[in-house]
Ligand binder design. Sequence first.
Ligand code: SDX
Length: 437
Amino acid sequence: MIPSDVKATLSFSDGSPSMDLPIYKGSVGPNVIDIRKLYGQTGKFTYDPGFLSTASCNSTITYIDGDKGELLYRGYPIEQLAQNCDFMEVCYLLLKGELPNPQEKKDFDRLVSVHTMVNEQMQFFLRGFRRDAHPMAVMTGLVGALSAFYHDSTDVHNPEHRAIAAIRLIAKMPTLVAMSYKYGIGQPYIYPKNSLSYSANFMRMMFATPCEDYEPNEVLVRAMDRIFILHADHEQNASTSTVRMCGSSGTNPFAAIAAGVACLWGPAHGGANEACLNMLGDIQKQGGVEKIGEFIKQVKDKNSSVKLMGFGHRVYKNYDPRAKLMRETCHEVLGAVGLGNDPLFKLAMALEKIALEDEYFVARKLYPNVDFYSGIVQRAIGIPVPLFTAIFALARTVGWIAQLDEMIGDPEYKIGRPRQLFVGSEPRHVKPLAQRG
Ligand code: SDX
């Protein structure tokens, strides 16, 4: 962090002593006011529920410019990474800070491949679930259960232990997601095949059966790989902040990632892609494009809790660059699978056009986010709707791990422990039960 030569001065109208607060500059983006000494010197906390004006850490991993609609992983624009790299190169970049050269990529691909199997005991955790359990409930359980297999071999303060835990998690998430899918449809699990690329291996574990050979469709594999790239990391979002907070206690990295999976499930966060597709399906059932006006009216009605899922973002006040790339992928995939006239895609594009011209959305700077089109692509690839957020968790695992590693590797890090503004009862005495009216 670079100290700014400008400082902030906090003064109080009741004559309490004022206080100078240092300001630090990042390499790009907003500066920060360092309030670490505020409580010690003033006895006051800052108040920022939802952290709209709070930087929880300093980071070198992902930068978002919400006004410009920019997203950079380690300085590289997401558009260029989606165009020129595969997901394994992006994982290497997020973990190590630089893109791999051809030999480094070959070694990394191999290292991940040889960790794709899970312990045979893992299948018995699945048996405890009903076949119709939501995949995110299963994934929260399975990822948490992974910690039982590595708890004794993971000293989170040992960088080598953190590195192998990162590889294990990146490698095993596709296997676990595919197992949760196969369990739900009553088909046998398909073991990883290490001669395949990461995304082709995942598609095979998802859609192959022991009864016949399976040839991955290259267009769909590339689309799946791009979905992983677009979801890999996203600064200090809710689930990443959960992983950082959970990991700050020194817990097992597998347990911290399980906490991230649980947080991502929410419809305001990673669960939005499933909610968005269900929303499009409901509008389609009610009459499709002709019904959009009525739906938008509900969204604008403050008494209804209806939201346009896949729209809006805490940071992006312009178009989410991932949504643009996802819309392009929609065209490619729908064309490849003969769904060029997919009614839901047409409905989504009509809904987007109407929303972007409507004052309610314009005034609130509500644009499509990554979840608006990702569900349509995943559905065209053959991913069932309830599995969308599990795919998001699979992709985001590398970002969670990179952020956790950055935090634990920072000698200044402390366990997270925010304070509060207490507005409850002042001290009072307990009356014995017999005296309570
Ligand atoms: C992800 O943080 C990340 O980076 C997340 C993510 C990542 O990669 O990790 O990008 C992934 O979670 C994307 C977001 C997915 N969620 C959705 O699509 C759900 C629908 N969107 C919203 O619920 C909402 O936009 C949030 C939660 C995403 C952001 O909400 P904020 O920033 O807290 O803003 P807000 O709820 O205070 O909304 C501001 C105004 C409100 O209206 P007013 O009270 O000012 O009149 O905009 C309205 C909201 O009612 N609004 C919406 C809306 N989103 C906000 N109105 C209708 N439909 C929406 N989708």
